[in-house]
Design a binder for this molecule. Structure first.
Ligand code: BJ8
Length: 425
């Protein structure tokens, strides 16, 4: 990708560190994804997207910027992409899933912070993320304590940081707060883009994002089949690309892949041997290139058939309604839709547990792996009483707590293999 050196330099990247990062990522992608057997042809598009994730996609963003479009970086699924598209903006995910420059991050943040936050800082401080450098606006949100305090620290490092406040309870007052915050965010978007949100452009934004969600939900539905037509790793990758790619192109590519999977299912063709154990993974989001646990699971005799995660069904399972005829109506619909997201920062958070149980049934799973990032208090705390409840519901559960390092792979694999043996029986 050296053809992009000038662009990366102009974005202020540290070329040497960036080259080293791309080389490690390229090797890891090859070892994890390209060694899978009998992958659908449609995955070639996503392989291409990943091979150009710091190249062609960034060039597209830079070209769009020269045409006056704004690039908006996000860390959380509570920030509505519909609003960004309405002002002709482009949203990009900024969460990072690799252990890079944690030493740098730990100079300004505590060590006992989750890897997702440290990684985002490590990428920024190490100047290896072209996405954050391309952003006209970076949007944070008051979710967990770690993130909300980390944005205070991030503020001096980015050109324009805007933080959306979020409720902590699913109450009427909480919903009103969320709507107020979305109205303020609209004002911010209108200010930086110079464009007014109208019924027409917001409706277009809703339609584009709904189509994208429908495509990934269609993919999710196909994973119920037996034999399983696509791996959990490839499905996770698609859910990760969801946050970076052009939304219309992404939707078309996912739908084309689904058409292929429908044919595979008709032919009885799968990617795992007959009788492979089906599991659901639930918990903290897995940002690119965090593929560690799914790789361990799928090389230990199980197949992941669903993700209860923000990079997965928690982030995509509801569409935004289109009822009403004014901007106010559509903002109300957007608030309704996002207020349902059952992130562990909410208290209490019953619907997440119900969703896990419903997914377990729907995908005909044999076990649940609860994935916690170390120091992520909301998900770790929830996983304790969830485990008790799930056991009472006869849902075998394995709780894993890990970070982005490679050091615990052997230990994780031993535990995952033992769990798979247990649920097989
Ligand atoms: S809606 S899950 S994307 S906040 S892993 S940073 S919670 S300490 S990512 Fe999230 Fe929005 Fe919720 Fe989803 Fe904190 Fe936990 Fe770290 Fe986390």
């Amino acid at each position: 990708m050296s053809g992009y050196n000038q662009m990366w330099s102009e974005l202020g990247l540290d070329l040497e560190a960036h080259d080293a990062l791309l080389s490690v990522l390229g090797d890891s992608y090859h070892n994890i994804f390209m060694t899978q057997k009998n992958r659908p042809e449609g995955m070639k598009y996503f392989d291409f997207v990943m091979s150009e994730v710091h190249g062609l996609r960034i060039k597209e963003l830079m070209d769009a910027k020269t045409q006056g479009k704004k690039v908006i970086g996000l860390y959380c699924v509570f920030v509505p992409e519909e609003l960004i598209i309405a002002v002709d903006g482009i949203s990009v995910g900024l969460c990072a899933g690799a252990e890079f420059n944690f030493e740098g991050a730990e100079q300004i943040l505590p060590r006992n912070l989750c890897a997702l936050i440290k990684s985002a800082f490590g990428f920024k401080l190490g100047r290896v993320c072209p996405y954050i450098e391309a952003c006209d606006l970076v949007v944070g949100e008051n979710t967990c304590d770690g993130k909300k305090k980390a944005y205070e620290v991030l503020s001096p490092y980015v050109k324009d940081l805007y933080v959306v406040d979020l409720p902590q309870t699913k109450s009427n007052a909480g919903k009103m707060l969320l709507k107020e915050e979305y109205l303020k965010f609209i004002a911010k978007l209108e200010e930086i883009s110079g464009k007014k949100i109208t019924y027409e452009n917001l409706r277009k934004g809703i339609d584009i994002v709904n189509a994208k969600r429908k495509a990934v939900l269609r993919l999710a539905e196909l994973r119920k089949s037996n034999p399983i037509p696509i791996s959990g790793l490839d499905s996770l990758l698609i859910n990760q690309v969801f946050f970076y790619d052009d939304p219309v192109r992404f939707t078309n590519s996912v739908n084309a892949l689904c058409d292929e999977l429908v044919e595979r299912i008709k032919r009885g063709e799968g990617v795992f041997p007959e009788g492979t154990v089906r599991v659901i993974v639930s918990g903290c989001p897995m940002a690119v290139p965090n593929w560690k646990v799914p790789y361990i699971v799928e090389t230990s005799g199980a197949a992941i058939v669903g993700e209860e995660s923000c990079v997965g069904e928690r982030g995509t399972r509801w569409l935004t309604e289109t009822k009403g005829s004014t901007v106010e109506d559509l903002v109300e619909n957007i608030t309704d839709r996002y207020f349902k997201i059952d992130c562990a920062i909410f208290t209490p958070n019953h619907s997440r547990l119900e969703h896990i149980k419903e997914m377990f049934e729907r995908y005909n799973a044999k076990g649940l792996i609860h994935y916690n990032l170390q120091f992520c208090q909301p998900y770790i705390i929830e996983s304790g009483h969830f485990e008790t409840d799930l056991k009472n519901s006869n849902i075998p559960t394995l709780r894993l707590e890990t970070d982005y390092s490679q050091e615990d792979i052997g230990q994780l694999k031993t535990r995952v293999e033992a769990f798979i043996e247990r649920i097989k029986g």
